[in-house]
Design a protein around this ligand. Sequence first.
Ligand SMILES: [Zn+2]
Length: 51
Amino acid sequence: MEKKRREAIEVICPKCNRTEIVYVPIEEIPKCSDCKTQMVIREILTEGKRD
Ligand SMILES: [Zn+2]
């Protein structure tokens, strides 16, 4: 049974506002697949940790 805590991070393209969810550990924040701009972290979402 998998019970690893996984953190999800939402990244956003500052140019076209395209968002993507990546999971830690992150090796590299992806580039936008539309415009190839380096995406930035928008929000850290932690799964299974709802208040
Ligand atoms: Zn973009």
